[in-house]
Design a protein around this ligand. Structure first.
Ligand SMILES: Cc1cc2nc3c(=O)[nH]c(=O)nc-3n(C[C@H](O)[C@H](O)[C@H](O)COP(=O)(O)OP(=O)(O)OC[C@H]3O[C@@H](n4cnc5c(N)ncnc54)[C@H](O)[C@@H]3O)c2cc1C
Length: 349
């Protein structure tokens, strides 16, 4: 649709394309059936991706264990273009619909029509619309009888009124518990709620049961506050809290009260400690920020009707779906591009 090939890859990873992660296996993917990714990911592994990058002399570095970035995203897009050297790419063309007559797919676009014996749908998700995204992949899938798992934003911020917008701009390392999983990463307070890597990672997961945030991981806030009551009783609660938390958060938690810590009953300290160690972001008190800012779409073409070995539709011969258009969303850290490479490599055409 756009006038530059692979432009989402070009902007990925802040221009440094986080192109793979050696931890990529089905446990880092989300959707109705994450195990759908198993077969493709074991055939095109993250190490295969790294070897591909080496074979193109791409300079890359490991940012956190297993998470690989290119020095420049353009090195990745140039290498992809080299690999398809003799293939014609039609740019600035919008696919409008496809039908199948006899054994031929007819692809109708705004610049003319095309015919093909095999058709691969790699139209991505619907997030980040300014990158030329559209729902055409879902429409085509539906027209061939496929089910669509309702799309929703993922790898994005979370809007909530649990926090004061005055906290906007503060970043700190937190622990987040979602169902049985624990995430440790940085969280950023924003004008609409919360963001940063910890929240991006939260947003892609199953959130029916909400989640909890611990602002001081590794510290039992109740025990600490009780001991402060003994040793620093004449200090304001806010002053005590600001020895471990940014001042604006200390103010928010102490609720503007100007009481010395010694004047708090233990039951009150327990409540304050819960507001530090186990802030409950319950279902109904938050929403995923929006599609415009989301790095990926969760939901899409139901994988139960696609072969995990070849990516071919089980409903229509010669029709294939790869990448983000499928109901597969990867975690933050290079998992989505690894899925795009692996699912494309699985094609048997
Ligand atoms: C800001 C940002 C940063 C990201 N960073 C990373 C990262 O560092 N690492 C990582 O693993 N993932 C990252 N991702 C996610 C990753 O880019 C995507 O998951 C991946 O590009 C999906 O690949 P895809 O080929 O399935 O779809 P896309 O890359 O989205 O490609 C879909 C293509 O289909 C075209 N298209 C759509 N509709 C039509 C139509 N009607 N007619 C014609 N063409 C059409 C689009 O123009 C586009 O070229 C990032 C995403 C964003 C938005």
């Amino acid at each position: 649709m756009g006038n530059i090939p692979a432009r989402k890859v070009a902007i990925s990873g802040g221009g440094k394309c986080n192109f793979t992660n050696t931890h990529a296996d089905y446990r880092h993917y989300f959707g109705k059936n994450p195990e759908f990714t198993r077969s493709a990911l074991t055939r095109m592994t993250p190490n295969n991706t790294l070897n591909w990058a080496k074979s193109h002399n791409i300079k890359f570095f490991e940012k956190t264990p297993g998470q690989y970035f290119a020095e420049k995203s353009s090195d990745i897009t140039n290498a992809l273009l080299q690999d398809i050297d003799n293939t014609e790419i039609v740019l600035s063309t919008c696919v409008q619909e496809t039908t199948k007559q006899n054994d031929l797919f007819l692809i109708k676009t705004d610049t003319g029509n095309f015919q093909a014996k095999k058709l691969i749908i790699a139209t991505g998700g619907i997030s980040y619309a300014n990158m030329g995204t559209s729902d055409i992949g879902y429409k085509i899938a539906k027209s061939f009888g496929h089910k669509i798992i309702p799309p929703r934003p993922a790898l994005c911020g979370i809007a909530t009124k649990v926090f004061d917008s005055a906290l906007s701009g503060i970043s700190l390392a937190v622990e987040i518990k979602i169902n049985k999983e624990t995430i440790y990463d940085d969280m950023l307070f924003t004008h609409f709620g919360i963001g940063g890597p910890a929240i991006y990672r939260t947003s892609v997961r199953n959130l029916e049961n909400g989640f909890t945030i611990n602002l001081l991981p590794g510290l039992d806030a109740f025990q600490w506050l009780k001991s402060q009551k003994q040793t620093n009783g004449k200090k304001l609660l806010k002053t005590v809290l600001s020895t471990k938390l940014p001042e604006r958060i200390a103010e928010f938690i102490s609720n503007q009260k100007t009481k010395n810590i010694a004047d708090y009953r233990d039951t009150e300290l327990q409540e304050i400690a819960t507001n530090i160690n186990r802030i409950n972001i319950a279902q109904g008190t938050f929403s995923l920020h929006n599609f415009q800012s989301a790095e990926v779409t969760r939901g899409g073409v139901d994988t139960s009707e696609i072969s995990s070995k070849t990516m071919e539709s089980k409903l229509c011969n010669g029709l294939y779906f790869i990448g983000e258009v499928l109901d597969i969303a990867g975690d933050l850290g290079g998992y989505n591009l690894q899925w795009a490479w692996a699912s494309a490599s699985a094609l048997d055409i």
